[in-house]
Design a protein around this ligand. Structure first.
Ligand SMILES: Cc1cc2nc3c(=O)[nH]c(=O)nc-3n(C[C@H](O)[C@H](O)[C@H](O)COP(=O)(O)OP(=O)(O)OC[C@H]3O[C@@H](n4cnc5c(N)ncnc54)[C@H](O)[C@@H]3O)c2cc1C
Length: 395
């Protein structure tokens, strides 16, 4: 029997696995990360590459290492083509962040990760049976880290490539004609700048004028100043706070400035309006204008729905774990959704707040588990035990 099995070896699964191994002393033989991706952090890298990201949006303290200054110290040991960090907030270069991730996982034994899609989880004698397509495992505790929800795609754009599709291919730099991008957030902005740098002319279709925001959520939720009152609020208030704190469809200042410059020199054409469909010339807006599109990409982020698709639906259907009024997991402060079953990422947002899905959210999850470690190592969870008395670490 494993002590811990993590479903999803991306940003969250990888960071929490390091907390378990290096902070909580979980032995490598007692831990398994199950992920269907071909390599650790492959989903993160695929999405970053798809939108031509150069610098993260988050500051240098948000990384997958254990020490808060780990990325800064690592930066002193590597050579990069450009600056390691950019202001404001010392945002790290993607190349630096990825090199740091690669360095962190060099200490993983090969048997720490299994490549499988988890299709089903069921309780079994003091733990859970976790089913992949071809094998299964028995673990005392399971952490669900399946990543973000599905890409958000307008109904009219069913067959149009989305930048977060698994098989998305960046339009060719040598391609003829213009590329139209639907979306006004950082992904659409980065993709537009990347294509312009490759010599393409871009039409950017946004519902609203471009809006600037350094962060995708109020940074107050990175720490106790906002998270403590958040934890004191009821589920409905928490959902409202999350909605207010998040800034979807916004651009950090470097991307916003880059787009404005591109507009001034004629490489980018901004069309403010609601895209409603396609005709043979391009994208049709609600006011009947048509935006020419020789190639088209949707970059409208992710839905607000539950991540984890069928696996999470199966768990909800069969195990009836507690849900908030908006249908999201209602975990305990130690992130247990039901005894021995833990959540992180967007699945844990009703506990970890608006930054739950971000790198900071992974670190918050690690801190919650570390704070609850005494309980985790001393008394294994017993299915059915009342959870109200579990220790309540506050970040
Ligand atoms: C382009 C982009 C830029 C971003 N930039 C930043 C940033 O600068 N700062 C920041 O803090 N956040 C950023 N984020 C947000 C967030 O940090 C990333 O989305 C991050 O990848 C989330 O980590 P995760 O572990 O939840 O998901 P992922 O990294 O996607 O990992 C989830 C893994 O779980 C696997 N999986 C899912 N279901 C199963 C299953 N049933 N069985 C087996 N495996 C499964 C997936 O294959 C995947 O490998 C960015 C997001 C995007 C898309």
């Amino acid at each position: 029997m494993l002590e811990w099995l993590i479903v999803g070896g991306g940003v969250h699964g990888t960071h929490v696995s390091r907390v378990l191994r290096h902070r909580l002393g979980v032995a490598d033989d007692d831990l398994l990360i199950v992920d269907d991706a071909p390599a650790p952090l492959a989903a993160w890298q695929r999405r970053a590459e798809a939108c031509g990201m150069d610098y993260l949006r988050s500051p240098q303290a948000h990384h997958l290492g254990l020490r808060s200054d780990a990325l800064r110290r690592f930066a002193d040991t590597v050579r990069l083509d450009g600056p390691a960090f950019i202001d404001p907030y010392q945002r790290p270069a993607l190349a630096l962040f990825d090199a740091h991730c690669r360095q962190l996982i060099t200490d993983e034994p090969a048997h720490l990760r299994a490549r499988e899609r988890v299709t089903r989880i069921e309780p079994q004698a003091g733990g859970y049976r976790v089913w992949g397509r071809e094998r299964s495992w028995w673990s005392r505790r399971v952490l669900l880290a399946p990543g973000p929800p599905a890409p958000d795609r307008p109904d009219w754009a069913a067959g149009v490539p989305h930048v977060f599709d698994h098989d998305f291919a960046m339009p060719d730099g040598d391609g003829e004609g213009n590329v139209a991008i639907i979306g006004g957030g950082i992904t659409a902005g980065q993709l537009a700048l990347c294509l312009i740098a490759r010599g393409r002319s871009v039409n950017l279709v946004t519902r609203r004028r471009l809006r600037r925001s350094d962060f995708d959520a109020n940074p107050c939720y990175a720490g106790p100043r906002c998270l403590v009152p958040f934890a004191a609020a009821d589920w409905r208030q928490r959902r409202r706070r999350i909605q207010v704190a998040r800034h979807p469809g916004t651009l950090p200042r470097d991307v916003a400035t880059g787009l404005q410059r591109a507009i001034r020199r004629g490489a980018l054409h901004l069309h403010v309006g609601s895209a409603m469909g396609l005709d043979d010339r391009g994208v049709v807006l609600a006011d009947r204008r048509t935006v020419p599109a020789d190639e088209l990409v949707v970059a409208t982020g992710f839905t607000d729905r539950l991540p984890g698709s069928q696996l999470i639906s199966q768990l909800i259907r069969e195990l009836a774990p507690p849900l908030t009024p908006c249908g999201f997991p209602a975990p305990q402060p130690d992130l247990q959704w039901r005894p021995g079953l833990y959540v992180t990422g967007r699945l844990a947002e009703m506990e970890l707040g608006p930054m739950a899905g971000n790198i900071r959210g992974a670190r918050l999850a690690g801190e919650r588990l570390a704070a609850a470690s005494a309980e985790l190592t001393v008394s294994p969870p017993v299915p059915g035990r009342a959870m109200a008395d579990s220790r309540l670490p506050v970040v």
